[in-house]
Design a protein around this ligand. Structure first.
Ligand code: SF4
Ligand code: SF4
Length: 383
């Protein structure tokens, strides 16, 4: 039986596994908008029939097609079985009129008259002040009063201070969505942010519990050796998901599922989650795994950020982290994709070689040298 948890301070109880419609299967790998709709419908139906009661999408997922596919699916008898969450694309909001324009379009795409949980998408130190100045909270209150949205929340990608600022700015947030997994306890909101939000009564929804799929992949031999010592053998996905579910304060976990087998495995794990808690011995092994992954990093950066801010606004610590990830997970695809999300003015090739950062680095890292290597490896190649 699926486990359910109280959703923050709302009076609703959600399944610990939600269905995230951000990585639906596609028929053309080069075109995210070409969703394999029959398979996507089968996956959503399986999840809901097995107890999932939260479905999450966004205006921008799959170039808008995620909302359309979800809308057509829900119309066939599933709308009342789930709470529907979608997100306002804060990044492409240019004027207060856009709030209504996007919401109206989303209601149409989703073929419903209300969104249960409406999130401001990917808030950070740029998007949050922008939409706040446009009175997004006042607008959301009126959309709530009209019944077009149920409760308001936000998804987040930035540092802990920004996270706390957003939480403290409004006492009616119902939920927040953060990136969190056993490797990312000090990244972005991290454990401290998670606890901060939970203590204030927000439901905390987790994204990237298996770190873009990295933590579900076949691990390198030294990680395998550590996990082989575990009293009970688990799949890679099970280690990662169970670790997240074991954290107090987490209401619901979204995992981007791209195949029916992922949905089946995750539903089975969520059904066993309560009796499947990790023992102290297993938690110790996962701490060893985390450490072993870190040792695969060529750059001994501790993310202390003493080198920041850079004279020329280069995202030094983030770039070094992405470079390390290539070696930790033996993968260039995800780090390259994330590097492309860094603003062009803040990438490694913007370093003007002033040397200031290296004077502040307690690890004596030759930052400028590594930035060059990182840019060579991570930047899209010019044809
Ligand atoms: S050396 Fe480069 S990265 Fe370091 S502070 Fe100067 S501009 Fe920034
Ligand atoms: S000061 Fe050094 S260790 Fe700290 S974040 Fe910068 S590069 Fe990493």
């Amino acid at each position: 039986m699926m486990e359910y948890r109280k959703f923050g301070s709302t009076d609703w109880t959600g399944s610990i596994l939600g269905f995230g419609a951000m990585r639906l299967p596609v028929t053309d790998k080069k075109d995210r908008s070409k969703i394999d709709e029959p398979l996507a419908r089968q996956m959503m139906a399986y999840a809901i029939d097995h107890g999932v009661n939260y479905l999450d999408t966004a205006y921008l997922y799959h170039d808008g097609e995620s909302e359309r596919v979800v809308g057509r699916f829900l119309k066939d008898g599933y709308r009342d079985k789930v709470k529907l969450a979608t997100k306002l694309p804060a990044r492409i909001v240019h004027s207060p009129d856009d709030f209504d324009r996007f919401l109206n379009e989303q209601l149409k795409r989703l073929q419903t008259d209300h969104i249960d949980f409406y999130l401001l998408h990917a808030l950070n130190h740029e998007t949050w002040p922008k939409v706040r100045k446009m009175n997004v909270l006042k607008w959301a209150e009126s959309a709530k009063a009209q019944g077009r949205i149920g409760r308001l929340g936000f998804s987040f990608h930035d540092d802990l201070d920004t996270f706390k600022d957003i939480i403290d700015a409004y006492d009616q947030w119902a939920l927040c969505q953060i990136q969190y997994n056993f490797m990312d306890t000090e990244y972005q909101a991290g454990t401290e942010g998670l606890n901060y939000a939970a203590q204030k009564g927000l439901a905390v929804v987790i994204m990237e519990p298996i770190r873009g799929g990295h933590l579900a992949k076949e691990p390198p031999p030294r990680i395998k050796d550590i996990l082989a010592k575990a009293p009970k053998q688990r799949t890679q996905a099970e280690w990662a998901l169970q670790w997240v579910w074991d954290q107090p304060g987490i209401s619901l976990v979204l995992s981007g599922m791209t195949a029916l087998e992922h949905v089946m495995e995750n539903c089975a794990l969520a059904a066993r989650a309560s009796e499947n808690k990790l023992s102290a011995e297993e938690l110790k092994l996962l701490a060893e795994v985390k450490e072993a992954y870190r040792r695969l990093c060529p750059i001994p950066c501790t993310n202390c950020q003493y080198c920041m801010p850079c004279t020329n606004d280069v995202r030094i610590n983030r770039i070094l982290e992405l470079y390390n990830e290539v070696f930790m997970y033996d993968d260039t695809r995800v780090p390259r994709m994330r590097y492309s999300q860094i603003h062009a003015d803040q990438r490694a090739d913007q370093c003007i070689e002033c040397g200031t950062c290296e004077d502040s680095c307690p690890q004596s890292i030759p930052i400028q040298e590594w930035l060059k290597k990182a840019h060579d490896l991570l930047a899209p190649k010019k044809l």
